[in-house]
Design a protein around this ligand. Structure first.
Ligand SMILES: Cc1cc2nc3c(=O)[nH]c(=O)nc-3n(C[C@H](O)[C@H](O)[C@H](O)COP(=O)(O)OP(=O)(O)OC[C@H]3O[C@@H](n4cnc5c(N)ncnc54)[C@H](O)[C@@H]3O)c2cc1C
Length: 435
């Protein structure tokens, strides 16, 4: 072990001389923001590369809201508050605030910088190739953190991964979330879940909201995958965030599938608003207020780490000595990969179809690839089972894993060791010791 660590330290020192940065973070979503902010505040020379024109990932570009904290982390709360992620996401300015936060911390940020893959030396990642607008560029670093959601760097570096559920390889559906305005704010209608839609709290003109939507499906006015139309409160009283569109059988890791999903889900959005206008009192003149830049992707690659978050871990509330996220509590929320509602086999009696978990920890080992050095992953592509990811993918947890990755990368740089040799127990990620 000692010999291995010595070799790792020598290699790191060798590459250090040629590095442009200590830490490069690929992807500027909740995980990437957490990673770059933490690495920079801990003294690492850090660069964040984002392929789009806005930071924030799904929260901004796909208008995903609310930001679910679901983890016990004051660092997540602080960043989320400063960026405008708290509760209902501020789609309009969260990206600008995230940029200011990162710059204040000392990180460099480059937008419109599409990471193509790693620069490899043997089994070590020593930088990334980036498609910039001016042409292809290479940036070298001591550590690369893959926060692209799809694991663009990790996949190209050859880290093995799984995609989809065990039985048939299908992934969770993609969705367009959008906002609706133009209704009477005094009559704003809220329906947050399947359970809510079928309860007495969601009655419209004497009928359950779920029954109205089901009748519209039977009449051919909505596709069957739209099992329920969820209307969340928007940031202003005259806005709803709508979470209802659903496209099955397509993969967010393939451009051709993404193209189909973008178009199909946006067409569904128009159909959904039509149903709202015809049934909801005060919504006669409702219209789409804001459409996101990209379709929302819930699940793609899950990489093989030195450790893995398993289904049993989340159901039993397993605690970890090397935790990077603690007391994670979001339900196992598997939007049905093959139809409407929650996936088959999930207890429909609980929380509208999703299975409760016992507060569990995410281990550092789930961010460390098994065979490749100089690389960490965080956010929604960590090492986890399909079911475990359905719980840990929410934005608070994604950011917590980013913070863990950023802290570990800074520690590795400071000590001149590889990220796999970092002892996560000493990263000081939490205010108090584990109970
Ligand atoms: C429809 C839907 C509803 C959801 N509902 C909720 C909810 O209610 N609450 C909740 O907390 N979470 C929810 N989620 C989950 C949550 O949004 C994601 O799991 C979370 O955003 C993952 O964060 P991330 O940073 O890992 O990835 P992302 O948010 O996907 O960010 C990845 C970033 O990397 C960038 N990127 C990708 N490839 C490259 C590249 N090659 N080069 C450079 N940059 C790149 C992307 O542009 C993006 O900015 C929902 C997701 C969806 C799709």
């Amino acid at each position: 072990m000692k010999k291995k660590m010595l070799v790792a330290a020598m290699l790191t020192a060798l590459f250090a001389s040629a590095a442009d940065y200590d830490v490069i973070v690929a992807g500027g979503g909740p995980a990437g923001i957490g990673a770059a902010y933490t690495a920079a505040t801990r003294g690492a020379k850090t660069l964040l590369l984002e392929k789009g024109g806005r930071l924030g990932g799904m929260a901004v570009s796909a208008m995903v809201s609310p930001f679910s904290f679901a983890t016990d982390s004051s660092a997540v709360r602080e960043i989320a508050k400063r960026v405008g992620f708290g509760g209902s996401v501020d789609f309009h300015l969260a990206d600008v605030r995230a940029y200011d936060l990162l710059r204040e911390a000392g990180a460099d940020v480059m937008l419109h910088a599409h990471v193509l893959g790693p620069v490899m030396e043997g089994s070590r990642v020593v930088g990334v190739r980036v498609q910039c607008v001016e042409g292809e560029r290479t940036f070298r670093s001591k550590v690369v953190i893959d926060a692209t959601g799809n694991g663009i760097v990790a996949a190209a570096a050859g880290v093995p991964y799984e995609e989809g559920r065990k039985s048939d390889g299908l992934v969770q559906p993609m969705s367009i979330m959008f906002t609706v305005g133009g209704f009477n704010p005094a009559k704003r209608f809220i329906c947050v879940s399947e359970e809510h839609a079928r309860s007495r709290r969601c009655i419209v003109n004497g009928r359950k909201w779920e029954d109205i939507v089901q009748d519209e499906i039977k009449a051919g006015n909505l596709p069957p995958e739209v099992g329920v139309i969820r209307l969340y409160p928007g940031r202003a009283k005259n806005l709803n965030v709508v979470n209802a569109t659903q496209v099955n059988g397509l993969y967010g890791s393939r451009s051709a599938d993404l193209t189909k999903a973008e178009i199909a889900a946006r067409k569904q959005a128009a159909q959904i608003v039509d149903v709202m206008r015809r049934h909801l009192p005060g919504y006669e003149n409702a219209r789409i207020a804001e459409m996101p830049a990209v379709v929302g992707v819930r699940e793609t690659r899950r990489f093989e780490g030195v450790d893995r978050l398993t289904t049993e871990d989340v159901l039993s509330g397993r605690k970890r000595e090397d935790a990077v996220a603690r007391k994670c509590s979001f339900v196992i929320d598997i939007h049905n990969p093959a139809g409407a509602g929650q996936a088959d086999g999930h207890d429909k009696a609980v929380t509208g179809g999703a299975r409760r978990v016992k507060p569990y920890d995410i281990p550092y080992g789930a961010l460390v690839p098994k065979k490749v050095d100089g690389l960490l992953f965080c956010g929604r592509c960590i090492s986890a089972t399909h079911e475990a990811l359905a719980s840990c993918r929410v934005m608070g947890n994604a950011m917590a894993t980013g913070i863990g990755a950023g802290a570990a990368a800074a520690e590795a740089v400071k000590k001149g060791i590889d990220v796999r040799a970092v002892d996560a127990r000493n990263l000081g990620l939490f205010d108090a010791p584990a109970k």
